[in-house]
Design a protein around this ligand. Structure first.
Ligand code: SAH
Length: 269
């Protein structure tokens, strides 16, 4: 059975912890609230072991290989439809009778991050609805499940490209596309934003981490046309000012906070 390399860390300082492991490309972070610890997933056992070495001896951390089955069971428990404005994000097995104005985005649970159950995804979906979407070309950087690219199509984008450095995420994004047959103008490609030339687009969405947003600001700004929009999330409230400084070439016109996470929409001059 497939397993996912992860680390369980007991900590009262999750921000410091996440800043340390950020260099090793974590793919998902899960709060294990009862045990006051977090579980951090990595793309490979090599990345996980390197992160573990970086955490030792300051953190009480242990490697764990999480069985796929366990992940699916836990995610399915959470997978009720989520409504954000006009958009309903729902798993494939839920029968919906939505209002005529609702736009349904079907997302199946998998390792691809982005089921609408995380505040940062919801913030991006809300921000996308605060932007006039008259036929824009959208680039979704770190697409995960593909939820933002698929939602952009439903909201009227001319086309959307989702990229992710994690091949499993791209596979799940493509599977999700098949669950949304009305969505025909979206494609997904494996790519790392730090090495891949990003196509210039009207709207760039990037739900990453505060540190990665700051590091990648020049590439993300260059990927938006003049007058275009950046939608950012994945940053924590205390990272907001540093992120805005890194993106000073764009002016914030929409901002929202949820569960300590921040979503921003910015217009490039
Ligand atoms: N867009 C989705 C998923 C966000 S999770 C949503 O809003 O819910 C962040 C995603 O960024 C993960 O799937 C991760 O694999 C991807 N990612 C992290 N670093 C990246 C990089 N350097 N280049 C491309 N994708 C990256």
């Amino acid at each position: 059975m497939k397993t996912y390399p992860a680390i369980d860390v007991r900590t009262d300082a999750p921000d410091l912890l996440l800043a340390i492991v950020d260099d090793f490309g974590p793919t998902a972070v899960e709060d294990l609230e009862r045990e006051r610890s977090v579980r951090i997933f990595f793309p490979s056992p090599t990345d996980r072991d390197a992160a573990l070495r970086a955490l030792d001896p300051c953190f009480d951390a242990a490697a764990i290989d999480v069985p796929d089955q366990d992940w699916a069971r836990r995610s399915q428990e959470n997978l009720k439809p989520v409504t954000i404005g006009r958009i309903i994000v729902a798993p494939p097995w839920v029968a919906l009778s939505p209002e005529p104005s609702a736009l349904v985005v079907v997302i199946q649970p998998s390792m691809g991050f982005g089921t609408g159950h995380h505040a940062t995804t919801r913030l991006c979906l809300a921000a996308l609805q605060a932007i006039p979407l008259t036929d824009p070309v959208v680039l979704d950087v770190g697409t995960g499940s593909g939820v933002l690219a698929i939602a952009a199509d439903r909201l009227g984008a001319a086309r959307a490209l989702g990229i992710d450095c994690d091949p499993d995420a791209i596979q799940s994004a493509r599977e999700n596309l098949a669950f949304n047959p009305a969505v025909t103008r979206v494609r997904f490609e494996i790519g790392d934003l730090s090495t891949m030339p990003l196509p210039v687009s009207d709207i760039v969405t990037a739900n990453l981490t505060g540190a990665l947003l700051i590091r990648s600001a020049p590439a993300l700004i260059a990927a938006v046309r003049a007058g275009g929009t950046l939608v950012l999330s994945g940053l924590l409230a205390h990272e907001r000012d540093d992120v805005c400084e890194a993106f000073a070439a764009a002016a914030v016109f929409w901002e929202r906070e949820e569960d300590g996470w921040v979503g921003l929409a910015m217009k490039k001059a």
